[in-house]
Design a protein around this ligand. Structure first.
Ligand code: SAH
Length: 221
């Protein structure tokens, strides 16, 4: 990562290290995921008045009614993707960009879609400043995926989907994995393993809470 005008001090690194250890104690063991969490300065994604919350294992508001996911949830979803270095990953719900950076640090080629223009604009600037030019950001509706860039090795949905989006499965290669929280108030973390174009295996991994994945055209603010 290129140096940027934001500072990552020893204090921040120490707090981050503690956070990573607490996430490890909660059962996350994938070394690539833990190393990525150790690397990405989560406080860069917070407004300066809320920096003290950046290294708590909690979700936090990022504006436009959205949240940066809880670090444990980011780690859990990333683990479910079973990433191999160099894989193409489509993320739905860029939000702050934190999860996209974790995917990139874990070795993925990241494509990420956000439907709120204000967040898309803000995050594009932040990721460029942080030196993550290789993360490709798109403004649009995640339900449609990115057909021009398909197939993807993995697809990660970071908003609560009311049902499993068909087009996202279509854009996975055979052998690929979709990770998606499904439900309204509370969601079931669901993985779909695409065995072939006609064969799928579904697994469920407990309850989580996300902001809703909204199905209409992308909106400006
Ligand atoms: N991955 C994010 C989490 C953001 S919360 C992070 O690391 O910060 C979920 C995001 O999904 C919100 O920003 C919301 O605007 C976005 N979203 C909701 N429905 C969407 C859709 N249909 N397409 C793309 N993004 C969507």
């Amino acid at each position: 990562m290129k140096p940027s005008k934001r500072q990552d001090t020893y204090r921040h690194q120490g707090l981050r290290n503690q956070l990573v250890r607490s996430i490890q104690q909660k059962g996350i063991s994938d070394p690539a995921v833990l190393a990525a969490l150790e690397k990405v300065p989560r406080h860069f994604f917070f407004d300066s008045s809320f920096l003290e919350y950046a290294y708590e294992d909690q979700p936090f508001p990022i504006g436009a009614g959205q949240t940066i996911s809880q670090p444990y949830t980011v780690a859990f979803q990333t683990t479910l993707l079973k990433l191999v270095k160099g894989e193409k990953v489509l993320e739905i719900g860029t939000g702050s960009g934190y999860q996209a950076c974790i995917l990139a640090e874990a070795g993925a080629k990241v494509f990420s879609i956000e439907r709120q223009k204000s967040l898309y604009d803000k995050t594009r600037i932040l990721l460029a400043e942080m030196g993550y030019q290789r993360i490709k950001l798109f403004y649009g509706d995640g339900f449609k995926g990115l057909p021009t860039f398909a197939p993807f090795d993995k697809v990660l949905v970071t908003a609560a989907a009311p049902y499993i989006p068909e087009l996202l499965i279509k854009q996975l290669r055979p052998g690929g994995i979709l990770v998606v929280p499904v439900g309204d108030e509370v969601q079931i973390m669901t993985t779909i393993h695409k065995i072939s174009d006609t064969e799928f295996r579904k697994e469920e991994h407990g309850h989580f809470r996300f902001v809703p994945m909204l199905e209409d055209k992308a909106k400006g603010h």
